[in-house]
Design a protein around this ligand. Structure first.
Ligand code: PMV
Length: 326
């Protein structure tokens, strides 16, 4: 069987996915919109081997039990598609710290979906790959297509997948990620999302999501940065309001997160056009236009508690590369 290596870029959601109407198939309660990130990616090599008695998996140079279980489950989906039983050797590496709200599962499952199916001898369409990746981790379906991406919620599994709205070069946007913690998050997104309905504000949020998604697409289309920035910052604050008011409450933010959020508002007062967004973790993503990227980075680097600043632009989604990891 062939040895295949795929690279997938992580993504940052502008309109967030938080809540599922089907837990097993990972069908979301609302659509979401994101951008793939140039410097945050996962590289994964897969080879199915006759002689293996079980899957042999190494992720980020380790064999952490929780991660291995999820990879085996996803390989079972791949084996089902490929109508085969053979076990696989898998080696996967991130270009960044995993599980600290930097969407390691998004790029991880996207890369595994493409490398796994091709190693099993099956070539899936972009839509089919997105559907497969979604079942590993919801946001992974948005890391399959290139650039600026929309995941329409869809009533059934074959209608819930992501597609490109605009290619990466469409708009010179940057995501300057302020890394505050590299620790693994206490509550995974999988269990965190199961709590949404306990927030009294969730139904209000849901009733506004369609309009929010169409506004986001409109502002992207018009390249209206101020309206776009306001929408994404309000969306991130709304997401964290749902998290904070769930029970048990989900507190992903750290004191330094708040320092950075306030610094972004201060930057705007000083005339730098930048807005923040945040996933399920303490790290703050600062979205600005390419021309302001350096200035934003310099401003943020001098804040106490900031470990690292990672600059990203919009990028491709998932693709095959020729350098294998084993
Ligand atoms: O794909 P998951 O299960 O890791 O959930 C991702 C959730 C957020 O990152 C908070 C939002 C999103 O749309 O990416």
């Amino acid at each position: 069987m062939k040895k295949i290596t795929a690279r997938a870029h992580s993504n940052i959601a502008f309109v967030k996915y938080w809540g599922r109407k089907d837990e097993v198939l990972r069908l979301p309660t609302n659509g979401s919109i994101s951008m793939n990130l140039s410097n945050l990616f996962t590289t994964t090599t897969v080879e199915f081997r006759e002689e293996l008695k079980q899957d042999d998996i190494i992720v980020n140079r380790g064999r952490e039990e929780g991660i291995i279980k999820k990879v085996v489950k996803h390989l079972d989906r791949v084996r089902h598609i490929g109508k085969m039983q053979m076990f696989a050797k898998v080696v996967s590496e991130n270009s960044f710290a995993a599980s600290a709200g930097m969407a390691s599962s998004a790029s991880g499952f996207a890369a595994l979906s493409m490398a796994g199916t091709q190693a099993a001898g099956v070539i899936l369409s972009e839509k089919e790959l997105s559907i497969l990746a979604r079942q590993g981790s919801g946001s992974a379906c948005r890391s399959i297509p290139d650039g600026f991406v929309e995941w329409q919620d869809g009533a059934t599994s074959d209608k819930s997948y992501a597609h490109t709205l605009f290619p990466p070069e469409y708009w010179d946007l940057a995501d300057v990620i302020t890394v505050i913690s590299k620790n693994k998050k206490e509550t995974s997104t999988t269990s965190g999302q199961q709590l949404v309905k306990t927030s009294p504000f969730f139904s209000t949020r849901l009733s506004q999501m369609q309009e929010k998604n169409s506004n986001c697409k409109k502002f992207l289309k018009e390249k209206d940065f101020e309206s776009f920035g306001k929408l994404i910052e309000m969306e991130a604050l709304e997401l964290h309001s749902i998290m904070l008011t769930s029970w048990p409450s989900l507190i992903y933010l750290e004191p330094v997160s708040l320092t950075v959020m306030k610094a972004v508002k201060k930057m705007r007062e000083e005339g730098i056009s930048a807005y923040f967004t945040i996933d399920a973790g303490p790290n703050i993503h600062i979205i600005c236009q390419g021309k302001d990227k350096k200035q934003v980075s310099e401003f943020i680097k001098q804040l106490p508690g900031v470990i690292e600043v990672l600059e990203n632009e919009a990028s491709k989604g998932t693709y095959i590369i020729s350098e294998d990891l084993f």
